[in-house]
Write a protein that binds this ligand. Structure first.
Ligand SMILES: NC(=O)c1ccc[n+]([C@@H]2O[C@H](COP(=O)([O-])OP(=O)(O)OC[C@H]3O[C@@H](n4cnc5c(N)ncnc54)[C@H](O)[C@@H]3O)[C@@H](O)[C@H]2O)c1
Length: 263
């Protein structure tokens, strides 16, 4: 039996990176999918990629910026129109912002990071949880980061937003557990996606590969993670197998957050 057979799952930020990898894995495991992203071209490519590996899958998409509350209402309404209900929510869309010291951080970028990473995550929950509550069933996976567990140099708004995501996750678990809803956050370390490739370009514009190799040295596994290693954990958390796991922020980082500075 496929892990997500019969389940309707919304994935935000599904156009590339961790969202796309999870969409592919969830499709292989039998989920019907609503893919949300503000990049329409990437969404179209994502649907093509999914159809190649899971021919039977029902997949729809909606172009929306998750920091726009009215668009969030629309993607939820479209999902209900197409599938009648919602079982799982992978609340993944997020940005890193620019790298800069706290006191000179560009304020507009700071607010944008908070708008997308915190308010976008909250709006999704605000409109999806009441539907799950009515069904007495739901699986929420919010995307924090190792920056939601500890500090990260020069990334103040990112770290603030991701700690907030971890906090919101605990409140969802607390307030909605009685309705059969579980909520967990994941805290990926450096997983090689377009977002992380851009971070290495900012750290070493002349040779991003050097920045990547340096970063990997501090990891017990001596390598970066790949999106599929995150997707497998998310699909587990979205499945019935994870029925008594809730309120957790689960690091997916090769052990790095436990040994930071000691390797
Ligand atoms: N890759 C990592 O190592 C890593 C580590 C920790 C946390 N994360 C988190 O994982 C999530 C996904 O990251 P990724 O590495 O796959 O990034 P990515 O940049 O490769 O992909 C993000 C996707 O989200 C979309 N998106 C961004 N902002 C959006 C918005 N406002 N509305 C709708 N769509 C939006 C983008 O168009 C893109 O398709 C983010 O929340 C990120 O903070 C990633």
């Amino acid at each position: 039996m496929k892990k997500l057979a019969g389940k309707v799952v919304i994935i935000t930020g599904a156009g590339m990176g961790l969202g796309l990898a999870t969409a592919i894995e969830a499709a292989k495991e039998g989920a019907s999918l609503m893919l949300v992203d503000y990049n329409g071209e990437k969404l179209a490519e994502a649907i093509e990629a999914i159809k190649k590996v899971a021919t039977e899958v029902k997949v729809i998409s909606f172009v929306a910026d998750v920091s726009d509350e009215s668009k969030v209402k629309e993607y939820v309404a479209k999902t209900l129109e197409a599938f009648g209900t919602i079982h799982g929510f992978y609340n993944n869309a997020g940005i890193e912002g620019r790298q800069a010291p706290l006191d000179s951080y560009d304020l507009d970028v700071f607010k944008k990071v908070i708008d997308i990473n915190l308010m976008g995550v909250y709006y999704g929950l605000r409109y999806i949880l009441p539907i799950m509550q009515k069904n007495n069933y739901g699986r929420v996976v919010n995307v924090a980061s190792v920056g939601g567990i500890r500090g990260v140099m020069n990334q103040t708004p990112y770290v603030a937003s991701k700690h907030a995501v971890s906090g919101i996750t605990k409140n969802v678990a607390l307030e909605y557990g009685r309705y059969g809803i579980t909520a967990n956050a994941i805290a990926p370390g450096a997983i090689l996606t377009p977002m992380v490739a851009e971070a290495f370009r900012q750290i070493n514009p002349n040779d991003p590969k050097v920045a990547e190799t340096e970063y990997a040295k501090a990891n017990p596994t001596k390598r970066l993670g790949i999106p599929e290693e995150v997707a497998k954990v998310v699909v587990f958390l979205l499945s019935d197998d994870a029925s008594y796991v809730s309120g957790q922020t689960i690091a997916i980082d090769g052990g790095q957050s436990e040994v930071y500075g000691n390797v």
